[in-house]
Design a protein around this ligand. Structure first.
Ligand SMILES: [Zn+2]
Length: 129
């Protein structure tokens, strides 16, 4: 089991490999850390900031934003799990169970869409350059 929360670290050979590759590609290690696992973030030549374990992330400036990012990941996990469960239920011809999971997926998707809309609005409000 390598899915345990908070177990992602420098000692994980996969993570070390990814960090090494990022550096080899010219990415710069930042002082900021991933809000989810505390790994150092890397700035790519393209200017994008990525976490070696999560891929692309935004730099988190505030506690509030950290929560938002966490919710986003949580919703994505819920969505993924619900779709998987729904599929399993369909295979077992358990329509009731499938619908239950689909409604979970739908709710998660709806919250996510609403969040994205909110983010767009926030970006418009603080247009830079
Ligand atoms: Zn991360």
């Amino acid at each position: 089991m390598r899915e345990e929360k908070g177990e992602m670290s420098y000692r994980d050979p996969e993570i070390v490999k990814k960090m090494t590759r990022l550096v080899a590609e010219g990415a710069v290690m930042l002082a900021e850390m991933c809000p989810l696992d505390g790994l150092p973030l890397f700035k790519l030549k393209s200017g994008e900031v990525v976490c070696p374990s999560h891929g692309k992330v935004h730099i988190v400036k505030s506690e509030e934003e950290a929560v938002e990012v966490e919710v986003e990941y949580l919703l994505r996990d819920i969505l993924r799990a619900a779709v998987r469960r729904a599929k399993e239920a369909v295979e077992e011809e358990d329509a009731e169970e499938a619908l239950r999971w689909l409604s979970v997926a739908e709710a998660a998707g709806r919250i996510r869409a609403r969040q994205e809309k909110g983010e767009e609005k926030a970006r418009e409000g603080t247009k830079q350059s």
